[in-house]
Design a protein around this ligand. Structure first.
Ligand code: ZN
Length: 480
């Protein structure tokens, strides 16, 4: 499309919903014009962000004993319908393939909304003995859910394009529990690499994954104070193993049911990263996932233009050799228009090189996150750029962390919770009883997000419903 179409200003980030929609369009992340509701198209620039983000995810999984695999998209109805709780959780969201050409299929096929029922019939065949454990596989696939709520690119989709789902098998319940802990740590590390601080909590029983013993979840806080679930880790116990008959021969020769976990992350990780770091001028990207990490702007006057361009090309070649993704913008646009364009794209570092800089043997570096301007001596350009990447990453994380922490409010009664969740996350004591939890949700008009995996202090406080003493506080939040 023409550049001129995109010269309109971005709405201020305070108007988050408008800002988000315009940003995805103006920065060329997603195009919403595909003619099916809830299905969106990745622009190549957005897809490059996806690629580097998922290479972090793959790296961390591969380095912790996971292996990548790929299962079919279609799941036969008889397998899909085996696990009662699971069906209840998904039946309203499933797309069905019922015909091959003009012929009705003997067995209708579900488009996977998630892959337990695709993978576990094969696990029944593959798992034989205790020596096969732990089995830790993952895939990055598209999944389909017939969402009836308002759809939104990267956040609520009918085709989730980038669902990373891991499925592990273990001998005992305790081994599976340890795996869930490992998954939570892995996800924490993934988000650390995206400079996104997170909340970690155990979902209340009524909000766990259908068919799981429990669900631990990762949430990010969006700029409007609502939380976005950006990762879930489920302990499946032996529930699916019993349904799909996944057994192993134990050391004593007995056949026993296996224990399983599964954990998933979707393109919501990108939604959180873009939303948390972006500003009124557009994207602000952590260097590791930026498709363009450095843009060089030649400052050209009539005199000395050739030398400036040659110096820019030299810097580009040296940075490329050092593994940096770097472009030169030698277009005819005014410098101001160039800055606007690359700021919108979130390029972490801009290098300006003009005749006077060449005389001084420096480049002027401008950080996208802070606007700070510094000179880097040209002979040390590689080290100068790389060290600034680290500094940018750290300061993005610290700023986001401070933002998150300043919007967690310890509350003492439900009225206060109602008020504070307009700005962020509230905490309130809870005795742990289901009836009290549901009564609280009802009175607040928002859900219990979960019980924090790490509790600070253990002072005896009172459940606001039944008055029982408890050392547990729960997160309450408005959620996406
Ligand atoms: Zn209570």
């Amino acid at each position: 499309m023409a550049e001129s179409e995109k010269e309109a200003a971005l709405p201020p980030k305070e108007e988050f919903s408008d800002w988000y929609n315009e940003l995805l369009w103006m920065a060329e992340i997603m195009d919403v014009r595909y003619p099916v509701k809830g299905l969106y198209v990745w622009y190549p620039f957005g897809f490059a962000i996806r690629r580097s983000t998922y290479s972090i995810i793959r790296e961390l999984l591969d380095n912790s004993g996971h292996q990548e695999t790929l299962f079919p998209l279609l799941i036969p109805e008889n397998e899909f319908m085996k696990e009662a709780e699971h069906i209840k959780g998904f039946e309203d969201e499933v797309y069905w393939v019922t015909h091959g050409g003009k012929d009705p299929l003997d067995v209708p096929l579900a488009l996977r909304p998630t892959s337990e029922t695709a993978i576990y019939p094969m696990y029944k065949i593959w798992v034989r003995s205790h020596a096969d454990f732990p089995l830790k596989l993952y895939q990055v696939v598209n999944t389909f859910r017939y969402e009836t709520k308002h759809t939104r690119p990267l956040i609520r989709l009918r085709e989730i394009t980038s669902f990373k789902e891991a499925h592990t098998v273990h001998a005992t319940w305790e081994d599976a529990e340890a795996q869930v802990k490992e998954a939570v740590e892995l996800y924490t590390e993934i988000y650390r690499r995206l400079a996104v601080p997170i909340l970690r909590s155990r979902r209340p029983d009524w909000d766990k994954f259908p068919g799981a013993d429990y669900t631990d979840a990762i949430d990010a806080m969006m700029p409007d104070g609502k939380t976005l679930q950006v990762g879930t880790c489920h302990h499946l116990g032996d529930n699916f193993a019993k349904t799909f008959d996944i057994t192993y021969e134990d050391t004593d020769g007995e056949q026993r049911y296996a224990h399983q976990t599964c954990y998933g992350i979707s393109e919501r990780c990108i939604a959180a990263t873009l939303s948390i770091h972006g500003d009124d001028k557009g994207l602000v990207l952590p260097p590791e996932i930026a498709p363009v990490q450095v843009v060089i702007i030649p400052i050209i006057f009539k005199k000395g233009a050739e030398e400036v361009l040659a110096a820019c090309k030299d810097v580009q070649a040296r940075l490329r050799k050092a593994g940096v993704r770097v472009e030169i913008d030698a277009s005819d646009l005014r410098p101001g228009a160039k800055y606007y364009r690359w700021e919108m794209k979130g390029v972490p570092l801009r290098l300006e090189i003009g005749p006077r800089d060449l005389e001084n043997n420096v480049a002027v570096a401008v950080r996208r996150d802070s606007g700070e301007k510094e000179q880097i001596p040209l002979p040390e350009i590689e080290a100068g750029v790389l060290s600034r990447f680290e500094a940018i990453h750290e300061s993005l994380y610290e700023k986001a962390k401070a933002g998150l922490e300043s919007r967690i409010f310890a509350c003492s009664d439900l009225e206060e919770v109602k008020e504070k969740i307009q700005k962020g996350v509230a905490t309130i004591p809870w005795c742990g009883k289901r009836d009290c939890g549901l009564a609280m949700e009802d009175k607040i008009g928002a859900g219990i997000l979960g019980i924090p995996l790490e509790q600070e202090g253990n002072s005896k406080e009172k459940c606001p419903i039944c008055g029982e003493e408890t050392g547990t506080r729960v997160y309450v939040a408005r959620t996406y």
